[in-house]
Design a protein around this ligand. Structure first.
Ligand code: GTP
Ligand code: MG
Length: 468
């Protein structure tokens, strides 16, 4: 009888209130995450994969031949694999150490207190690039295995060396959200430590992820705002990806409102010179973790900000095909410019060569000072290429150092009776095939966004900011 009474007095109240830990650290309701990201909705089996297959076909038939013929990969070290074409949108988390990146991923996926939550802590914790993706059951995958599997979009990472692959890890989690996006957690930036000390090219690896991410969350902790050289370097790398950047002022409930406003101002003051766009990036001010916001803070604002961020994420999921097509088209534009440039170098070389000249000296002269021969200018003038898309001149010195000019053919000679000309094919892909593919997914944006009529196939400054 006494035992039963004890059960009633001690256990029942605890059962009603939850565990002791929850009483101490009350958790916030998570239902808005599911509803905003529409996780319960079964997406209709749309023609998603059919469109990706068509995209793959356009890439292989119209873009890749030119890319290979002019060794584009050796200039930019960028090749597109089939895995990359069919991959899910990627959300990248960047920022200083201990700002709450891993905690935020745990929170969004509801991984807290499960065996597969990401390791978090007040000291620098994440030391690996961690790719969190969908899988039928929980599984970790070593970096070397991920890189060896060409069906995955991470195989190009192999080029960063074995040291790096040891710092790459994949986690497969059976989560609804991961059926639509892949998250990438990164080691935090440490200001007083040079990134080179990590034993692998940290900045190059970051750049690889930055170039491919559909959404880039740069997270800050308002209690230790530290904008130093390493962060400056990161923002330099983010150039050109401004429309994917979202700044997060995390842990916002740990400061009083007035202090928070001061930090907000200070953050913008420090970041303004680093972000080179007229429109400021979207900043989300909130506390992205499962615990209840601290009392006497702007809880209402924080929960609204969180919903805005989720809507933003949802938008990326819904636009994934559109973004993928735009990404391939942007790549095609760069490949085309590269091919035009190599063609121009080659043409100039042929023009300057006489029976008595020394080929090596003639070409050295051209490579050392391409402006003397109007190489870049002529590309701009003749083909309506945007000057912002022209690659770095210096890169061509290295490029031709490894690839002798004689190993290339002129564009005019790259035609076949059956297949047509490489240049025409890539131009058709940029002006018609890719915009038509976009039109076929019913977005109706084909002419305005992707037509070359107005831009002459140059890259237009895109602004895909979404304001909420
Ligand atoms: N008050 C508060 N603390 C947080 C919040 N998010 C994370 N933290 C705490 O901040 C510390 C660092 O969190 P992590 O998630 O490990 O940070 P990180 O950015 O992944 O750090 P690195 O992996 O070292 O780069 C942990 O002690 C967390 O409990 C938040 O929203 N509010
Ligand atoms: Mg971490």
């Amino acid at each position: 009888m006494t035992g039963l009474r004890l059960f009633c007095f001690c256990v029942v109240p605890l059962l009603l209130l939850g565990t002791a830990e929850e009483v101490e650290n009350p958790r916030r309701d998570r239902s808005h995450i599911e509803s905003t990201l529409k996780l319960k909705e079964e997406k209709p089996a749309d023609d998603y994969s059919a469109i990706l297959q068509r995209l793959r076909k356009i890439y292989h038939s119209s873009i890749k031949p030119l890319e290979q013929s002019y060794k584009y990969n050796e200039l930019r070290q960028h090749e597109i694999t089939d895995g990359e074409i069919t991959s899910k949108p990627m959300v990248l988390f960047l920022g200083p150490w201990s700002v709450g990146k891993s905690t935020m991923i745990n929170y969004l996926l509801g991984l807290d207190d499960t065996p597969y939550q990401l390791y978090t802590g007040a000291e620098p914790t994440t030391s690996e690039f961690t790719v969190i993706m969908h899988g039928p059951k929980l599984k970790t995958i070593e970096g070397i295995v991920m890189a060896a599997d060409s069906a995955r979009s991470f195989s190009p990472l192999e080029k960063f060396g074995q040291n790096f692959l040891e710092k790459l890890i994949g986690i497969e989690v059976p989560h609804k959200l991961l059926e639509r996006v892949t998250f990438v957690d990164t080691p935090g930036i440490i200001e007083n430590r040079k990134q080179q000390e990590r034993g692998y090219p940290f900045n190059d690896v970051c750049q690889w992820f930055i170039d491919r991410a559909d959404l880039i969350f740069v997270v800050f902790d308002p209690t230790k705002l530290d904008v130093g050289l390493e962060l400056e370097m990161l923002f330099r790398q983010l150039k050109g990806r401004e429309s994917q950047i979202r700044i997060i002022l995390n842990k916002a409930d740990s400061l009083a409102t007035q202090e928070l406003m001061r930090v907000y101002g200070a953050l913008f003051w420090s970041l303004a010179p680093l972000i080179n766009v007229t429109e400021p990036p979207r900043v989300y001010v909130s506390s992205f973790w499962p615990l209840e916001y601290q009392a006497d803070t702007h809880q209402d604002l924080f929960s609204k900000e969180e919903i805005s961020l989720l809507e933003d994420l949802n938008q990326v999921i819904e636009n994934r095909l559109e973004n993928k097509i735009a990404f391939i088209r942007q790549h095609a534009i760069r490949v085309r410019i590269h091919a035009l440039l190599v063609d121009r170098y080659l043409q100039t070389y042929k023009d300057k060569m006489t029976f008595f000249s020394d080929g090596e000296l003639v070409f050295k002269d051209i490579v050392e000072d391409p402006d003397k021969f109007y190489i870049f200018k002529s590309i701009l003038a003749k083909t309506n290429v945007s000057k912002f898309d022209l690659p770095n001149r210096e890169a061509y010195k290295d490029f031709f150092g490894v690839n002798p000019i004689n190993s290339f053919k002129l564009l005019a000679q790259q035609c076949s009776y059956m297949g047509g000309c490489f240049l025409e094919k890539i131009e058709r892909a940029i002006t018609h095939e890719l915009p038509d593919l976009l039109g076929s997914i019913g977005l109706g944006k084909k002419s305005s966004v992707l037509s070359c009529d107005k831009t002459g196939c140059g890259e237009t400054p895109k602004n895909r900011y979404k304001k909420h």
